[in-house]
Design a protein around this ligand. Structure first.
Ligand SMILES: [Zn+2]
Ligand SMILES: [Zn+2]
Length: 90
């Protein structure tokens, strides 16, 4: 059994702008261009913990839109993580 569920890009392209997965399947690397980003409109919870450290808990999901030269679209979902406690993943 040799099943790979994980999609990985070659390490040579990981550091660049995201490339188009559709084009990548056809063997070409097309750079995705940033279009816009939107986010849900929930209020951000900021508070100080017992140690006086500020936590920034943002429950919003940010959708970042990209498009390649061939017209393929990609939406990346980003969930902010608290830099202090790792919320919401903990
Ligand atoms: Zn493409
Ligand atoms: Zn936190």
């Amino acid at each position: 059994m040799n099943s790979k569920s994980e999609k990985r890009l070659p390490s040579s392209v990981e550091v660049h702008m995201p490339i188009c997965f559709e084009c990548y399947k056809d063997g070409i690397q097309t750079e995705l261009k940033y279009q816009k980003s939107t986010s849900t409109l929930m209020s951000v919870n900021e508070f100080y913990d017992e140690g006086g450290v500020l936590h920034h808990h943002d429950p919003n999901v940010h959708s970042v839109y990209y498009k390649c030269d061939k017209g393929h679209e990609l939406i990346l979902l980003e969930k902010p993580v608290c830099g202090v406690c790792g919320w919401p993943d903990d």
